[in-house]
Design a protein around this ligand. Sequence first.
Ligand SMILES: Cc1ncc(COP(=O)(O)O)c(C=O)c1O
Length: 474
Amino acid sequence: MLSAKATCNSHGQDSSYFLGWEEYEKHPYHQLKNPNGIIQMGLAENQLSFDLLESWLQNNPHSAGFKNDNHSLFKELALFQDYHGLPAFKNSLADFMSEIRANKVTFDPNNLVLTAGATSANETLMFCLANPGEAFLLPTPYYPGFDRDLKWRTGAEIVPIHCSSSNGFRITESALTEAYEEAQKQNLKVKGVLVTNPSNPLGTSLSLHELNLLVDFVSSKNIHLISDEIYSGTVFCSPGFVSIMEVLKNRNLMNTDVWKRVHIVYSLSKDLGLPGFRVGAIYSNDDMVVSAATKMSSFGLISSQTQYLLSEMLSDKKFTRNYLSENRRRLKQRHEMMEKALQKTGIRCLKGNAGLFSWVDMRHLLSSQTFEGEMELWKKIVYEVGLNISPGSSCHCSEPGWFRVCFANMSKETLLIAMQRLSSFVDSMAKKHNQSGRRQPLNRNLRRSKSSLPKWVFSLSFTTAKSGKERCQM
Ligand SMILES: Cc1ncc(COP(=O)(O)O)c(C=O)c1O
């Protein structure tokens, strides 16, 4: 009874990324009410700096009460429906984006399109830039929500750029070329590359070398580059964050063809920890993209009272400066706390400098170096240890044994309990192995083979570039 689009499986709802959330919902941890419940470590939420936001609200009751000099703005806000957005909010958001980039680049509010979160921004850009059946190249591992956001309703395709642990999952020229050629083999027209900088799930920012490589690649192929910079304000240690706009500026590429083909996605869901407010944006140097995306933004606008409240908050420069530095300090502390605890357990992480999570190497804990082995370990960690973490296969990682573990969506106490649980689990595994005299295969670097993949990973990654069997009917 439903449309092909509504029932198409490219949404990715059956991925372990979402299944883990479902398991958590059934049996959530609570210190007193459910101390044996599952601890949610699969949610990239930033709860570390709420007190700063709340104290701003307390100190600014007029803004929170939608009043200006004791004059109520209720009616004005209730009636406002211009899809270009509140000019005051666009100004303050553009300034906030510059501040995150240490004012090395400025953003013109006229080039900003407001959207209901980065989810809507990414989908809108896909609608604007790709026809159904045309492809974007994405470095793996990538944010599992992209299957839904980029492909589901637009009919666009994702072709993976396979990155590997051998160089810390960095993007290389050969990986870019391989992905491009793979798309051509599948008869898919490549319209662009989409990167997340800093990366979800890696927790690392792109190096200058990678950024230059990307600019050269999209220039030579005459295609677009989308840089999802939703985590730009979470970079808590060196190397610092370099925005793609800064690279274009430093290379004097402003107002060139490639300048118009680079687009930024941003949102306040991570840096300010406000995913519930649904505040996102597209920034493009191409007037045609801005105009098309503005028309499409009708499908996912930000409510005017949210725009008003945040325009007041973000135009308080003293507050934003303090918030950004204090939030980074807290993230750094939390990141160190988790990595030290993991290290004690003999678990290493990719060296990260950003984000709300670590990319954790558990290859030595797999019973076999396959995606089945990864799934087996993931199930044990969810059901026996009581931690919901995200397996690398849900992020289309090419190698089994990596997991994304979030650290900013819980209290310190809960994080410590999670680490204790993991430590006991690893100890008990070691004991079992010692007793059985069996040795684990350690850190073998295997490329992904189709036969070792769980079915849903297969349907989400490989068939995206296939003959269209898995594609939605338009
Ligand atoms: C890389 C990336 N892009 C987009 C999103 C979606 O963000 P929003 O809540 O602003 O829609 C997320 C959320 O986790 C993300 O990690």
